[in-house]
Design a protein around this ligand. Structure first.
Ligand code: ZN
Length: 315
């Protein structure tokens, strides 16, 4: 192995997994057992050393200095106790971190409010992990306000990690919806790129789809590729995963090899699909005719892994 392990080797047939995916870098100790303590949140909200990450409509306040971006964390405030509060964990010094889900009128202050898509690649490991966690939890709470069994309004419990129905006592846990995303190549090592009918001309990416009940991840890869472009894939190998809390996915990346490169599109799902060589992709990027996925996405990393290095673009 060369010393340049961090470079994108792009050698098809190499099954080294993707590391340092932007949103899979969390370093906080989640300290899950502490969530059971009913006094945990009240105690931490009284401690000025507790660090608060406030989320308002999917955005967090940041400190920006050139390419350096850090979450602007603060001490607890009185009104935090009136909000949805979640325990994010603790660092190696024992400092505790809480997420507070504020409301639109809370978005004040002079520092800018940024989305995870905007700053996910620029944040430190700890900050990126906290932002992804609080966003995923907040998205889940926002649309799981009532008991799915009896319709009663549920209440957050276990430091924001479950919701409980006060009528029948059922506990409801945060959802993470697995989605597979796959870099499919053909015998000539061309990469398959496709465009959803919802996307503008020029935006192409690798195929992706949700895993269905009763299905393995690898089976989902094979089914999605067959359904969307009519291609049978084999040699499906895991590449890496990262949370994608927009609103609640876990993206699980794979490579796959097409048995035959003939394409038969499902026009409802796929507006166009093409096999590209590395040279063709470089020309498309240079000509500005290819809107590549943002660097925060696993799709971008998968495309660059196949390509063999970073693809120039504004983001
Ligand atoms: Zn209920």
């Amino acid at each position: 192995m060369s010393s340049a392990r961090h470079t994108l080797e792009g050698v098809s047939g190499s099954f080294e997994t993707l590391h340092d995916l932007s949103l899979a870098r969390g370093t906080l100790d989640r300290a899950g057992l502490r969530r059971r303590d009913p006094d945990l949140l009240p105690l931490l909200l009284k401690d000025p050393l507790t660090r608060i990450l406030e989320l308002v409509e999917g955005r967090a306040q940041v400190l920006e200095s050139g390419r350096d971006v850090a979450l602007l964390l603060r001490s607890p405030q009185e009104q935090d106790g009136l909000r949805l509060v979640v325990f994010l964990g603790q660092d190696q010094h024992g400092t505790a971190y809480l997420g507070v889900v504020g409301q639109a009128q809370d978005a004040s202050g002079t520092a800018p409010w940024r989305s995870l898509r905007e700053v996910g690649v620029l944040l430190s490991d700890q900050d990126a992990g906290m932002f992804a966690t609080v966003l995923g939890l907040a998205n889940w709470h926002a649309v799981h306000t009532h008991c799915p069994l009896c319709g009663t309004a549920t209440e957050p419990d276990q430091a924001g990690w479950i919701r409980r129905c006060p009528k029948d006592g059922t506990e409801h846990y945060p959802r993470t919806d697995p989605a597979v995303i796959m870099a499919v190549t053909d015998a000539a090592d061309r990469l398959l790129l496709a465009r959803s009918p919802k996307w503008p001309q020029g935006r192409l990416s690798v195929l992706a789809g949700f895993v269905e009940p009763g299905e393995s991840l690898e089976a989902a890869v094979a089914r999605e590729v067959l359904e969307e472009v009519g291609v049978v894939v084999e040699h499906v190998h895991y590449l890496g995963s990262q949370p994608w809390p927009f609103p609640s996915s876990l993206m699980v990346g794979f490579t796959g090899r097409a048995v035959d490169s003939a394409l038969h599109l499902d026009q409802e799902e796929i507006a166009e699909a093409v096999w590209v060589t590395r040279q063709e992709l470089a020309q498309m990027v240079a000509a500005g005719s290819f809107a590549i996925s943002p660097t925060v996405s696993i799709a971008r990393r998968m495309i660059e892994r196949w390509y063999g290095g970073p693809l120039d673009s504004a983001n």
